[in-house]
Design a protein around this ligand. Structure first.
Ligand code: GUE
Length: 281
């Protein structure tokens, strides 16, 4: 079965629209700030998806575009401005940032109450602890939403995650643990990767290499969740999984586009609504 993200996104959107209505009745106009440094393809794709979604939800978005060579101090200044703007409730800062920027410094500047993608260590710690009063990052949350929507159980399942970034792999592994999955985290230095991935009940791929995972990595009963957003050699969006190669073998698989990404850009606004509520209090 193909696990389309669209259905999941539509269901979440219906809930969000209700929330937006009730906030607007109280005189609050939910608004998100997107901070983008440079013109990375993955960032631009997310931005397009988020802007389209925001329009459907009746939510405002302001994009702050900074040039690739921007200094750490200038980025901090931009974040400070957003932190202090009472009319902006959430900040999405695209990562990874260019190498000349000190990401470790930046992440502490994001107001934890506006941190809709879980960049501030305060929110990261909450994810570690299974404390749901903070914000879980959008892409990992989207993966969990898809599995739940399609009734794929996590409890006791052997889940293999490829990737250990702070945007996907690490926090996602924590969310999966919180759902009682048995989690194996693999990465570029993992030996015998194929042998590990073949045994997975659920294989989640976030490596950032176009069509890397082919039929040699999967089994007949594997559920494949493709988190990758890449551009192939003819300019089309594609995932980290070679969809055509594995789709007739595996049990279920998410497409790209129209899979995880489509849910990510919706979870983002679910988090924004929660940020609004935190800021009203
Ligand atoms: N702090 C941070 N968190 C992220 O989660 C993050 C990030 N930085 N940097 C960039 C990557 C990439 N990413 C995408 C999310 C949604 C779509 C998305 O909406 N995709 C639509 C297509 C949108 C379009 O291209 O028109 C889809 O797959 O159907 C794409 C890409 C999240 N990332």
């Amino acid at each position: 079965m193909i696990l389309y993200g669209k259905q999941v996104a539509e269901k979440l959107s219906d809930e969000i629209i209700e929330e937006v209505r009730s906030l607007k009745e109280k005189g609050i106009e939910p608004k998100l700030a997107i901070v983008r440094v440079g013109k990375n393809e993955g960032d631009l794709s997310y931005e397009r998806g988020a802007l389209k979604r925001a329009e459907k939800l009746g939510i405002k978005v302001e994009v702050f575009e900074l040039e690739e060579g921007v200094k750490t101090e200038d980025l901090i200044e931009c974040i400070d401005k957003i932190n202090n703007d009472a009319l902006i409730h959430g900040i999405l800062l695209f990562r990874p940032l260019p190498k000349n920027i000190d990401e470790n410094k930046i992440k502490n500047y994001i107001n934890p109450n506006k941190d809709v993608d879980c960049i501030n260590p305060i929110n990261v710690a909450k994810v570690m602890e299974g404390d749901k009063t903070g914000f879980a990052p959008c892409t990992p949350s989207a993966v969990i939403e898809i599995l739940k929507h399609y009734g794929i159980e996590l409890k006791g399942k052997n889940v293999v995650v490829i990737g250990r970034s702070m945007v996907v792999g690490k926090p996602l592994s924590m969310l999966l643990l919180n759902e009682d999955a048995t989690v194996t985290i693999c990465h570029s230095k993992t030996r015998n990767l194929k042998e590990i991935t073949k045994k997975a009940d659920i294989l989640i791929v976030a490596i950032g290499r176009a069509k890397y995972i082919n039929k040699e990595y999967v089994g007949e009963n594997t559920v494949v969740i493709d988190v990758g957003i890449n551009v192939d050699n003819v300019g089309n969006l594609c995932g980290d999984v070679d969809f055509e190669d594995v789709k007739d073998i595996v049990s279920d698989i998410t497409p790209v586009p129209g899979g995880v990404g489509a849910v990510t850009n919706t979870v983002l606004f679910k988090n924004l609504i929660n940020a609004c509520r935190l800021q009203i209090k």
